[in-house]
Design a protein around this ligand. Structure first.
Ligand code: INI
Length: 162
């Protein structure tokens, strides 16, 4: 029989950090609100949510890494918004944020959900920050909770059980 690992996502007794950016705050604050609401709805207690703000998306990886290395949280939600401008700056900032956050996850084993919008226009960002196309901050928070459960289940596996 196929054994399936897809645990019920619950945030009860979990500790989750949100690291967001001051850059594009008019968009990012909606992502953060969506994430906090989702974490609470999934059972994470208010005082188990840590909210850290860094200047921009380029600074997300270092803060996420430092937090992950403390072992104080079960998952991290990285939120931000990088909007394409007239120069290649966008590629560097968005690319480093994505690569940096992914490397923290690989190096530490702490799940980090990537809720950084990378858009061509402000309208595209608005659409993804709680309007037409949902709220990517809320989605990232759900992913963080789900991954806590999945990784815990995988960690508990032994060869003779698989
Ligand atoms: N940071 C963002 O989070 N979003 C942006 O759209 C952005 N743009 O367009 O420049 C941005 N730049 C700042 C960057 O993240 C760093 O804070 C800065 O380079 C200092 O390290």
């Amino acid at each position: 029989m196929v054994k399936r690992i897809h645990p019920l996502a619950t945030g009860t007794d979990r500790r989750v950090a949100i690291v967001d950016t001051a850059w594009n705050d008019f968009i990012v604050r909606n992502l953060t609100e969506g994430a906090i609401e989702t974490l609470k709805r999934q059972g994470v207690a208010d005082d188990h949510i840590l909210h850290v703000t860094v200047p921009g998306a380029f600074e997300l990886p270092i803060a996420v890494r430092q937090l992950a290395e403390t072992g104080a949280v079960d998952a991290i939600v990285a939120l931000g918004c990088v909007i394409r401008g007239a120069t290649p700056h966008f590629e560097f900032v968005a690319g480093e944020a994505a690569k940096g956050v992914a490397s923290v996850m690989a190096d530490t084993g702490v799940p980090v959900a990537f809720g950084v919008l990378t858009t061509d226009t402000i309208d595209q960002a608005i659409e993804r920050a709680g309007t037409k196309l949902g709220n990517k901050g809320a989605e990232a928070a759900s992913v963080a909770i789900e991954m806590i459960g999945t990784l815990a289940a995988l960690k508990g596996m032994r060869r003779d059980e698989s």
